[in-house]
Design a protein around this ligand. Structure first.
Ligand code: AMP
Length: 224
């Protein structure tokens, strides 16, 4: 089977995490989120975490030199040999070029860049209700995906909180950064012929079906 090297794009709150969970189950690929990796470093108080925290709290991008090495190392791990689902990386043109270099060293390339598209207003509406569990980062939404008991994670019983960077003013800053720095990557991957757009305003099940159809088509094209 051909390897499946997938990138998930879209503004914060587009539903990338939800779709990544489903795709991970469909294709048994590791889900690699640079945001999750950074948050784990912050929580563990590593040097990287200490350096990254100020940028994350402000909704800014963490400097490329910190991120690129972390992502490159992760992609070389054994479980990513047959493919991966990358969420949150690359976030700007420099990172995209660095990723291409890393992959070409391994004689690999991006199979598809999936853009899950939603408007800024929808992003703000979705994120303000988002909650995560303090233990493992399981995601909920007070309106669309509430836990069985308010404020408590269904999966591990830990407390649910709002991420610092999900607060309103930080979300607006993250959107600004997304439009300025990450959106230009749509053109970059369009030129490589791997960009695929998905309407992220539809239900999670519909978005999932659409992504699966896109991947099935890509596989057929590769087999031809
Ligand atoms: P996320 O969970 O992907 O929205 O990431 C949360 C925060 O982590 C972002 O707002 C950035 O501060 C930082 N971050 C995550 N991935 C990257 C990246 N590829 N480049 C720079 N900063 C990142």
């Amino acid at each position: 089977m051909a390897e499946l090297n997938l990138l998930l794009f879209g503004p914060p709150g587009a539903g990338k995490g939800t779709q990544a969970d489903r795709l991970q189950a469909d294709f048994s690929l590791p889900f690699i989120s640079t945001g999750d990796m950074l948050r784990a470093n912050v929580k563990d108080g590593t040097e990287l975490g200490q350096q990254a925290k100020q940028y994350m709290d402000a909704g800014d991008l963490v400097p490329d030199e910190l991120i690129v090495a972390m992502a490159a190392e992760r992609l070389r791990e054994q479980d990513a040999r047959d493919g991966f689902i990358l969420d949150g990386f690359p976030r700007n043109l420099e990172q995209a070029k660095a990723l291409d270099e890393q992959l070409s060293e391994l004689r690999r390339h991006v199979t598809a860049a999936l853009l899950i598209d939603v408007s800024d207003d929808e992003v703000v509406r979705r994120i303000s209700g988002r909650r995560v569990c303090v233990k493992a980062g399981h995601n909920y939404h007070v309106e669309f995906d509430p836990p069985k008991r308010e404020g408590v994670c269904d999966q591990d019983g830990s407390r649910l909180v709002q991420r610092d960077d999900d607060k309103d003013e930080v979300v607006r800053k993250r959107l600004e950064v997304y439009h300025e720095q990450t959106e230009p990557l749509v053109e970059y991957y369009d030129e490589q012929g791997v960009m695929r757009r998905i309407d992220g305003t539809r239900s999670p099940a519909d978005v999932h079906d659409h992504i699966r159809a896109v991947i099935a088509t890509l596989r057929l094209e590769e087999d031809v």
